[in-house]
Design a protein around this ligand. Structure first.
Ligand code: GAP
Length: 454
């Protein structure tokens, strides 16, 4: 039965994802990506990069440092604002996020915008009991810094503190001027980057949905708010096209949720989240935020550098506004795996097949010799195909089992080299999704594969 447990079990046993530090008993909430998982990650990043950067004339790419001057976080508002309000139950010593205690009981309330005394007051007045022991005796709220702290250099003092970035976005804002000057880009234009982010989350979980170390794919799109174009809608549409047309995510499995006024971050004019129907419930997948010109203005003020933009024709000088589509790579992978995982009743039992988008399947093709006698010829075919495609080779076990193995890891095409291949110079090609087989001339095989993978 398809549920979170069967999906995780499948992904782990097939070698997509392993528990982090497993031989030492693991490190909570850390995951290592095996040969198949790392291939999937690379391909998905490449697809995002092609769609949003390489093939979009408006945008360019960036790869900024994880470690940045602490002033970045001071002026972005992360130092000070980027923390969770924690509260302890005095009776059973359980610890909770105080705002979540309220929101779990009263989903219509946005406690994220309340001050700590307001949250404490609300909990007492509305008798929000400890979910563990039912008590109503809590400590005062303490704020828990979500950024990972480390120190740079040999002397470990106040001045050596640096933070691991909790988002890649700030690396883009502080390079806005560098990129604009060197590319001579005119508004509107975007800067995108893919990279690791770190958050000391209090409640990580749901497999790779919320982790402390993750990768983000973010685009900061800079524009003049007077240009008359609704860039917010434009980027919402682009994200939706990427999800449905490029990744094949079903429209029934995600929802667009516009944030209410109360829910918006203080700097945001509007935000729409794409929420996905994960197997544990609905969760944020991809956020598209209208950030106004909060970030560039804050860094302009904090650094003293002029981060404004002057229109070369009208001479109008503005601090550009920003639309930010931001997604977590691993979260997108979890959505794709959820979407792709299918248990199908077939003739001799159940087959588990990952109907991954063909462009991101770890292997595009598997070459399978039917019997030992065909191993050498099949290997030769494999060596030829691997020059152009991502190919795997499997000669062990009966052919049915080998098909199942490839189904389980999402390989779209299986090629069987059999007794007749030498004579008719053809192979049997099997389709992952339909399981239909057809005979194809080896001389036509590469064109066939290319057409099939489009
Ligand atoms: N720069 C804006 C930003 O970082 P966010 O809503 O905090 O906004 C953007 O994060 C996206 O990054 C989320 O929609 C989610 O896909 C991903 N993300 C955030 N925190 C994550 C975590 N702890 N683990 C995995 N993915 C996360």
């Amino acid at each position: 039965m398809k549920n979170m447990e069967t999906l995780i079990n499948h992904i782990k046993t097939q070698g997509f994802i392993f528990q982090g530090s497993e031989i030492y008993g693991g490190l909570a909430n850390s995951w290592d990506y095996g040969p198949l998982g790392s291939e999937l990650k690379h391909k998905l990043k490449d697809l995002w990069w092609s769609y949003f950067i390489r093939n979009n004339h408006l945008n360019v790419g960036l790869d900024s440092s994880i470690l940045m001057n602490t002033q970045v976080w001071k002026n972005s508002g992360h130092l000070g604002n980027f923390n969770d309000p924690l509260i302890d139950c005095k009776k059973c010593n359980s610890r909770f996020r105080a705002d979540k205690l309220i929101e779990d009981k009263f989903p219509e309330i946005n406690a994220g915008n309340m001050s700590n005394p307001e949250i404490e007051d609300y909990i007492v007045k509305n008798k929000i009991l400890c979910p563990k022991c039912g008590g109503l005796d809590y400590t005062k709220i303490r704020n828990f810094e979500l950024m990972f702290k480390t120190s740079q250099g040999v002397i470990n003092d106040e001045n050596s503190i640096v933070y691991l970035r909790p988002e890649t976005a700030q690396g883009i804002f502080i390079n806005f001027k560098n990129v604009q000057r060197t590319t001579r880009k005119k508004l509107p234009f975007g800067i995108g980057q893919i990279g690791k982010s770190f958050r000391n989350e209090i409640t990580p979980g749901n497999f790779i949905f919320r982790t402390r170390e993750f990768e983000q794919m973010e685009l900061e799109f800079f524009f003049n708010p007077n240009d008359g174009i609704n860039w917010f809608e434009y980027w919402i549409n682009q994200v939706e096209k990427f999800l449905t047309e490029v990744l094949g995510i079903s429209k029934n499995n995600y929802f667009k949720r516009a944030h209410s006024k109360e829910e918006l971050a203080h700097y945001s004019d509007a935000t729409t989240d794409f929420e996905y129907n994960f197997l544990f419930g609905r969760g944020e997948l991809w956020g598209v935020a209208h950030r106004g010109n909060f970030d560039l203005s804050a860094h302009q003020k904090g650094s003293g550098e002029d981060l404004s933009y002057t229109d070369s024709i009208t001479n109008e000088k503005i601090v550009p506004h920003v639309i930010e589509p931001s997604v977590g790579l691993e979260r997108l992978i979890l959505a794709i795996l959820t979407e792709s995982y299918v248990e199908e009743e077939v003739e001799n039992g159940t087959r588990v097949v990952l109907k991954l988008p063909k462009k991101i399947a770890p292997y595009q093709v598997a070459v399978l010799p039917l019997q030992k006698q065909q191993n050498a010829a099949a290997k030769e075919l494999f060596n030829d195909l691997i020059k152009e495609f991502d190919v795997t080779y499997d000669e062990s076990g009966n052919i049915g089992k080998r098909y199942r193995r490839q189904d389980a890891i999402g390989t779209p095409i299986c090629i069987t080299y059999d007794f007749d291949s030498e004579n008719d110079e053809s192979v049997t090609v099997r389709n992952r999704d339909t399981m239909l087989q057809e005979r194809i001339l080896i001389s036509k095989l590469k064109d066939y594969i290319k057409n099939d993978l489009i």
